[in-house]
Design a protein around this ligand. Structure first.
Ligand code: ZN
Length: 258
């Protein structure tokens, strides 16, 4: 075998092994979440588990923040349907053991067996909790398979950011990061999580503010009524593209819907 091919092959092998290890670790963490009721974590409410070293004040503060975040969602969506399990800790070991190899303060494992929100030390606040609850709410409304098959990452993230007030004034940031829109990433390039995170690695907020801007624009046209109709269309088998455009078109018309 010629040397360049040999080098290429060994690179491919190393990448494959790294990918398998990363996926394996992610899968193990997912499994830990599914089995959390048998773990050493302390169950503080029906579907809330915390690091046993968290003191009582930290736990009470967390429970209050979860409650207020649920209220934030209830106000926005009128009603909520998701019932995720929440796993939280005040040290980064909780993210290493139950979360993913990401710098994010909170994350979701969305599985066929249910949704598991993992909150690390930077994620015990209402913005991160609300953000993660929105991801759970979307999957609860459209189903696991439809989310996997149809929903682009930019929509899922953009929706979550509507209730994540850290991004409340993201328009200025978007204008700045994209040089007034000139360098904005096209939405199809933010359709899957890997590409979304690739942009995030290059510029920490770029993909998030781009997603947030588009979903806010759409929501301002369609509102909650349009969103509910959009989720119904997805459940009935429409593609994301069809449902997203059809609802926007319907509510753009001055006489319909509102
Ligand atoms: Zn998110």
């Amino acid at each position: 075998m010629k040397k360049p091919y040999k080098t290429l092959l060994s690179y491919a092998m190393v990448s494959l092994v790294t990918l398998l290890i990363a996926y394996g670790l992610f899968f193990i963490n997912q499994l830990r979440c599914v089995m959390v009721s048998y773990s050493s974590l302390r169950q503080v409410e029906e579907q809330i588990y915390v690091d046993p070293d968290m003191d009582e004040i930290e736990v009470q503060l967390l429970l209050m923040n979860i409650e207020r975040s649920k209220e934030r969602l209830n106000l926005f969506f009128d009603t909520t349907t998701a019932n995720p399990t929440i796993i939280a800790g005040h040290t980064k070991s909780i993210m290493e053991k139950y979360g993913a190899n990401m710098k994010s303060p909170g994350m979701n494992h969305i599985t066929m067996l249910g949704t598991f929100i993992v909150l690390g030390p930077g994620g015990l606040n209402r913005d991160v909790i609300s953000h993660e609850l929105v991801h759970s709410e979307l999957v609860s409304r459209i189903g696991w398979f439809n989310r996997e098959a149809e929903i682009p990452t930019w929509f899922d993230e953009g929706l979550a950011l509507m209730l994540d007030y850290r991004y409340a004034n993201s328009e200025t940031l978007w204008l700045m990061l994209t040089a007034n829109g000139k360098n904005a990433p096209p939405l199809p390039e933010l359709a899957n999580m890997q590409d979304f995170m690739r942009y995030t690695e290059e510029s920490p907020f770029l993909s998030y503010v781009t997603a947030s801007r588009e979903v806010s624009r759409w929501w301002n046209i369609v509102g909650l009524k349009g969103f509910n109709e959009f989720t119904t269309l997805i459940k009935q088998g429409a593609s994301f593209e069809e449902a997203y455009r059809a609802i926007e078109k319907k509510y753009q018309s001055p006489d319909i819907g509102k």
